[in-house]
Design a protein around this ligand. Structure first.
Ligand SMILES: [Zn+2]
Ligand SMILES: [Zn+2]
Ligand SMILES: [Zn+2]
Length: 162
């Protein structure tokens, strides 16, 4: 598999614009509203290729528009998660923008503890293995989140060079 992490040097503005356009198209297709606030919350989640906490989003919004009621932000995040536009990263109690947002995939996340970056990978083989494991255990899965923590290829290469 190719390195799923975004290259250090890339046009992140274009990256965010593409994700926002995709989100707008998905919401239009489903007949749900990507309100101005939901869109801005999504944009703040997409700001970095790293997990972003709800509190950080709240802070940023408060700087922009004065006091913002926390439930407003939590509701916007819930909406984005329910539409598959954003994933919740349980281990960090944080959120990350979905790299595909087709709403049907079960993602696996790679979290780099050195640079803090996160990458989303979707692997049908892993998925099948997890589903089979649950079936064997007679277990019905509601939510599947696979998080791998470690170091990304770039960080490992940097260390090797140093
Ligand atoms: Zn980017
Ligand atoms: Zn995803
Ligand atoms: Zn890294």
């Amino acid at each position: 598999m190719a390195d799923p992490f975004p290259p250090a040097e890339h046009d992140h503005g274009a990256c965010v614009r593409a994700a926002l356009d995709r989100a707008a198209a998905i919401c239009a297709e489903r007949g749900v509203k990507l309100t101005e606030l939901r869109r801005r919350v999504l944009e703040l989640v997409l700001d970095r290729h790293a997990p972003v906490g709800a509190y950080d989003i709240l802070q940023r919004l408060a700087e922009e528009r004065g006091r913002v009621a926390p439930p407003t932000v939590y509701r916007a995040l819930d909406f984005l998660v329910s539409q598959g536009l954003v994933h919740r990263i349980d281990s960090r109690n944080a959120f990350v923008g979905c790299s595909r947002a087709d709403g049907t995939h079960r993602a696996c996340f790679l979290l780099c503890r050195d640079c803090g970056a996160i990458a989303e990978v979707v692997d049908p083989d892993l998925d099948a293995a997890v589903q089979a494991l649950a079936r064997r255990a007679g277990f019905e899965v509601d939510r599947q989140i696979v998080e791998l923590e470690g170091r990304c290829a770039a960080c490992r290469a940097g260390e090797a060079a140093a």
